[in-house]
Design a protein around this ligand. Sequence first.
Ligand SMILES: Nc1ncnc2c1ncn2[C@@H]1O[C@H](COP(=O)(O)OP(=O)(O)OP(=O)(O)O)[C@@H](O)[C@H]1O
Ligand SMILES: [Mg+2]
Length: 331
Amino acid sequence: MLFSQDIGIDLGTSNTLVYSKGKGIIIREPSVVALDVRETPSTLVAVGAEAKTMIGRTPGSITAERPIKNGVIADYEMTADMLRELIKKAQGNSLFNRARVLLCIPSGVTEVERKAVHDAARNAGARYVSLIEVPMAAAIGAGLPVGEPVGSMIADLGAGTSEVAVVSLGDIVASNSVRVGGDDMDDAIIAYIRRKHNLLIGERTAEDIKIKIGSAYPYDGEAAINIKGRNLVDGLPKNVEITSAEVREAISDCVNQIVDMICDTLDKTPPELASDILDRGITLSGGTAMLRGFDKLLSQVTKMPVKVCANPLDCVAIGTGKCLEKNVPGI
Ligand SMILES: Nc1ncnc2c1ncn2[C@@H]1O[C@H](COP(=O)(O)OP(=O)(O)OP(=O)(O)O)[C@@H](O)[C@H]1O
Ligand SMILES: [Mg+2]
């Protein structure tokens, strides 16, 4: 359509991606909003990467926060602010039309939550808003045969939430979610190091440790790294060595909750579809799918093949893009 701009938005707890029809992914920003709270209502200072650098460093008058918590909108106004900025950026200087937006929502959100996301996008200037459930977008993005009469299982493991779904004939047949993701693993690492080493570290350091040496299953070449933090006993800076095995122990609760969620869903899957999944395996998307050895652990527990999709961080946004490119009816 002339002058119309179709965009897909994956509004995540930690990252927001925007796919523009015909162009691909054009925006990748942390889901952070910085506000000046001296005025009422407070005014927008920055969104995305610029706002993220302000977290923990803001003067009293500015707050930098994440509007999405555990995959759902925690602050409606801030979410609308963020969407408004993203839509504006995605539209560039095309002033002729307002964007048509395909927005991802977690599976199993309530009608009230659906409406809140929908309204936030409308208020942010979208001309027309459709919603797609994250696991469906992830399955499409991963190239699974969602329209065919075979069962495919996709698990999207993000920062604040993990979701799993069995899709067949264009629909979600069984699904499940837990509000546990990579952020919770970072928190668990902070708590473990505090408890075991009396050392206080920040969220960024915890995420760094997880990505560098974290794992869900023992791996070849396990390492130890030196970390700096504040000694809780005397308040002075202190160095401690952390091993892969310690990180695995720290995050094991989170990992097990995600594995249990997937196993419960397999138990609830109708037998014919379960046998399709046994043949075809389970596909993983989302940043936490990159946790070392998670695929191996899941495969061992479920006795099924497990593979991580090609672009775990982009998969959901790519799925919205495929819907837009193909003009899927109803979207
Ligand atoms: N190599 C890696 N190993 C382990 N975790 C990783 C790796 N790379 C990124 N992550 C984690 O992935 C998470 C971000 O993933 P993603 O962008 O899919 O989440 P999100 O979509 O923002 O969140 P949600 O879907 O829960 O709302 C972060 O917790 C990050 O620490
Ligand atoms: Mg996500």
